[in-house]
Design a protein around this ligand. Sequence first.
Ligand code: IYR
Length: 224
Amino acid sequence: MQQHDCSPLEDYIEYPEAEMLERSEKFYQDIKRRHSVRNFSNKAVDKAIIENCIKAAGTAPSGANHQPWHFVAVNSADIKKQIREQAEHHERGFYNGRAGEEWLEALKDLGTDASKPYLEHAPWLIAIFSQKKGGITEEDKNTNYYVHESVGIATGFLINALHNAGLVTLTHTPKPMSFLNKVCQRGDNERAYMLLIAGYPSDDATIPAHAQVKKSLDNIATFL
Ligand code: IYR
C-alpha cells in the first residue's frame, strides 16, 4: 500500500456469533417494516431529528470520500407549496402522456396520480442533490467519482435513519427535477437526485398490496 496517514480501527465492535445472528434477524425484521407511505400527518417533527438523520447519511461511503451530496431539508410552508405546485405541474405532464402506456401500466397497482398533497402537508421535504465537482473539503472543485452510486448509498442511509427514528418516508422523483435547484437555491454544479418526504403517517395511512410483494431470498441472491 502507498504511504498514507491512518489511525487504528478503534470503534469496530465484534459480536459473538450468536449475537450476530440475532442482530441480523432483528435488523431484517425492523427494516421490513419500512414502507413507502403516501398519507402523511402534518404533525411537526423536531429539526434535531432530521439533523441526526442527515448526519447519519453523511457517513456513507463515497468515491474517493468526496461526499458528493447536499441535503436541503425544507420545513418552510412557502417553499413546500412552491415544490408541490411545480412537482404537480410536471406530474400532470407525466400522467397525461409523457409516461407512455407501459410505464403507466407498471404504476397502476400503486394508485399514484399527479396529485401530491403530501408535498405540502408532510413536515419535511428533503431534496437530495448530487455534485459533479467537489472534493474532501467544501472548497474543492475536483472531479467526483461514482457520484450516482455514492448519492444512492447516502440516500439509503438516510431512509434507514429516518425509519429507525420512527418516521415514514416516500422517495419521490418528479420528472424533470431541475426545478428543485431554483427552489432550493442550489447552483449549476448540483443535480437534483431525489426528493424524500418525511414525517408521521396519517391515521388512515395505507400501503398498496403491490408494494408488499417482496422477492424471495432465492430470487434475489445466489450463493456460490
Ligand atoms: N413520479 C411519479 C411517478 C412514479 C414513478 C415511479 I417508477 C414510481 O415507483 C412511483 C411513481 C409519481 O410520483 O407519481
